[in-house]
Design a protein around this ligand. Structure first.
Ligand code: URA
Length: 428
């Protein structure tokens, strides 16, 4: 047996005492953790020391590289088009990836999009598309390349070979209160995106009550850290910090969000979803150096929809099959006459989750039809008794807790409360 280069306790103590970790220490601790030489309790202590004492940009960059090097790095040089991807830090009703990937493909770039499942109140892209009958999230690398070649875009699950250190670390962070640390979030997201092999990347960092980073200043800090990591790795990376204080669009829930995305691809859909989709599409095409078709034209002329249908079919899905519908429905109405002043995104997200759209533990099944339809948003005039939400679930017993989550979520008054602008800042 080879002697180990370091002892985990030395590295934990160094970070506890606010010292910088050296490159060899970082390389070793990640590798030794994946090999099982560093135990979960030791890595937990180190993660907590990082959360409390931080890491400088050299340490974050090395930590990210060590996570990338724990697995494979994908390569799309066989394609004849530049690759570009988008990552969102997640929010309520954030279904943008669904219309965006085929739209950008229709405009001439290739989109290799490795996505995740939802945990907690923010949904996951794979859970949403899996509501399409037959659609398969797991592809081999060669299947992924084939879908990209044939359709210009692929949305699928990251295979087990991609940044395996992150899989192990993320599961540990989830149960040790060490998720909300900027160095750990930035390295976790960027290790997967860099290993995915995209040449350009647009980050949509959400902020506001329904986002993971509710404070705009913290969201900007995270965005800057991720842009720096991308650039260091040679990926053209830009970030938009965008609003998540009000739900995006008029649906939150898996099949409900697919339906809304298809409306956008058909040239309709809610204005905020269309606006953000077009904005991100233009950023992606610009970052990839592609000046093909204008995205607005691709939504209107049906070419984005054609790419969506091809992409769904090539992963076993039937784009014409009816989407699942929940067995039970309940309408929530306005308590008084007036103008909807505000709508709390976090409360809507928690309610959709309690209806069965999300999961509490990794590996749990979600209900395809569960979620919330929103009938009136801030700025709308309503009368007492008008519908505001329709709750959908397969189990009526879930209504009570879902309704409780919405308590006070909608304020009806005489004016619209100040809300965040759609784009708060752009970091290049
Ligand atoms: N998403 C990730 O992939 N990693 C994090 O740490 C947080 C969100």
């Amino acid at each position: 047996m080879m002697a180990e280069l370091f002892a985990a306790v030395e590295i934990i103590s160094a970070k506890r005492d606010r010292q910088e970790l050296s490159d060899p220490q970082i390389d070793w601790v990640i590798d030794a953790y994946v090999r099982g030489v560093v135990a979960d309790e030791q890595m937990s202590a180190l993660l907590m020391a990082i959360l409390l004492n931080g890491m400088n940009s050299r340490e974050i960059s090395r930590w990210t590289d060590a996570m990338i090097n724990s697995g494979e790095r994908m390569n799309w040089s066989a394609l004849d088009k530049p690759t570009v991807d988008k990552h969102s830090t997640g929010g309520v009703g954030d279904k943008i990836t669904l219309p965006l990937a085929p739209l950008v493909a229709a405009c001439g770039a290739a989109v290799p999009q490795l996505s995740g499942r939802g945990l907690g109140h923010t949904g996951g892209t794979l859970d949403k598309i899996e509501s399409i009958p037959g659609w398969r999230a797991s592809l081999t690398n060669s299947e992924m390349l084939k879908v990209l070649q044939d359709c210009g875009a692929v949305i699928c699950a990251a295979g087990s070979g991609l940044a395996p250190a992150d899989k192990k670390l993320y599961a540990l962070r989830d149960v040790t209160g060490t998720v909300p640390a900027i160095p750990l979030i930035a390295s976790s997201i960027m290790s997967k995106k860099i290993a995915e092999g995209t040449s350009a990347l647009i980050l949509d960092v959400k902020t506001g009550n329904g986002a993971f980073m509710s404070e705009p200043e913290r969201a900007k800090e995270l965005a800057s850290a991720m842009v720096e990591l991308g650039k260091r790795a040679g990926v053209t990376t830009r970030a938009l910090v965008t609003a998540m204080d009000v739900p995006l669009g008029l649906t939150a829930g898996n099949a409900l969000e697919v339906r809304e995305s298809v409306e956008v691809l058909a040239g309709g859909g809610p204005a905020d979803v269309v606006e953000l989709t077009l904005l991100l599409a233009r950023e992606m095409l610009d970052a990839a150096g592609v000046n093909g078709k204008d995205p607005e034209a691709a939504l209107k002329d049906g070419s984005a929809m054609d790419h969506w249908r091809r992409m769904v079919k090539s992963q076993g899905g039937d784009p014409d099959a009816p989407l699942p519908i929940a067995r039970e429905k309940k309408v929530i109405t306005a308590q008084s006459d007036g103008l909807i002043s505000s709508m709390n995104a976090l409360q809507v997200g928690i309610s959709a989750w309690r209806l069965g759209a999300g999961r509490e533990r990794q590996g749990e099944k979600v209900q395809a039809g569960a979620g919330i339809e929103i009938h009136a948003k801030p700025g709308a005039l309503v009368k007492k008794g008008d519908p505001i939400f329709t709750l959908h679930t397969d189990e009526a017993a879930r209504f009570e807790r879902a309704e409780a989550a919405l308590d006070g979520a909608v304020v009806i008054g005489t004016s619209v409360a100040e809300s965040l602008p759609l784009v708060i800042t752009k970091i290049v």
